[in-house]
Write a protein that binds this ligand. Sequence first.
Ligand code: PEP
Length: 249
Amino acid sequence: MSRKMVAGNWKMNTSPAEGTALASGIIQQSNPEVPVVFGVPAIQLLNIQKLVSEQDHFFVAAQNMHQVDSGAFTGEISAPMLAEAGIDYVILGHSERREYFGETDELIGEKVRKAIEYGIKPIYCCGEKLDIREAGNHEEHVGTQLQTALFDLSAEQFAQVVIAYEPVWAIGTGKTASPEQAQAMHAHLRSLIANKFGAEIAEATTILYGGSVKPANAQELFSQPDVDGGLVGGASLKVTDFANIIAAI
Ligand code: PEP
C-alpha cells in the first residue's frame, strides 16, 4: 500500500463560506491518487466532511481533540464526537499547540491513544526549534518526542499513526528544510520505528514533511525516498497552490 499523502492545515483561517469554496475549488482542480486531507477549523468539520464524503481520495482532519471522552471541559471536542461526525483524521501535537497551549508529548500521547480508540487516525506532529538544530541535537530531540508520545503504543495501534516532521524554524517562515535535511530526519525516524515496531511497520508508516511547502519545492521534497508527502499550512489556503502541491506527489 502507498504511504503517500498530502494534508493541509488551515489553522484558524477561513470562514465557513470561504472554507467550502476553498475545498470545492481544490476538489475541482485535482485528481489525486493518494489521500488528501483538509485540516479545518472545528466549526467547519461537518460542512467539509459532507463535501468530501462523495469523493474517493479526500478526507477531513480536526486540528485538535481532547484526551477524554466527555465532561466539564468547556470549549473542547472529543474523539467520540469526531468519530460520529465521520472525521477520519486528527492533527495532534502541532508546534503551535505545544507553544501556545502548553501541550507536552505525554499529553499528546494520551490524545493519540484516544483517537485510535475511536478509529480516528492521528497525524502526530514533531519537530525541533532552531536552537536545537543549530546545536546539532535535532535527531535526538525529535526521536525523544516520538518515543515519549508514541512508543507505548502496541504495534497495531502505531500502524494507525501518520507522522508529520515539521521543523519549527520552517513553519510559516518561508524557510524550508532542504530535501537532504528532510530526508535525513525522516530516515532517522523510520529507523527508530523499525527498531521499536519492526521493519514491516516502519516501511508502511507515512512520514510527512511540513514547513513552508510550496508548489515550487514540493516535487523535490516529495521525491526523497523517506518523504511520503507534506503537511501544508499557508499554501493549503490557496486553491491553485494546493492543487499544484497535490499534483506534485
Ligand atoms: C504547518 O503549520 O503545519 C505548516 C507546515 O505551515 P507552513 O506550510 O505555512 O509553513
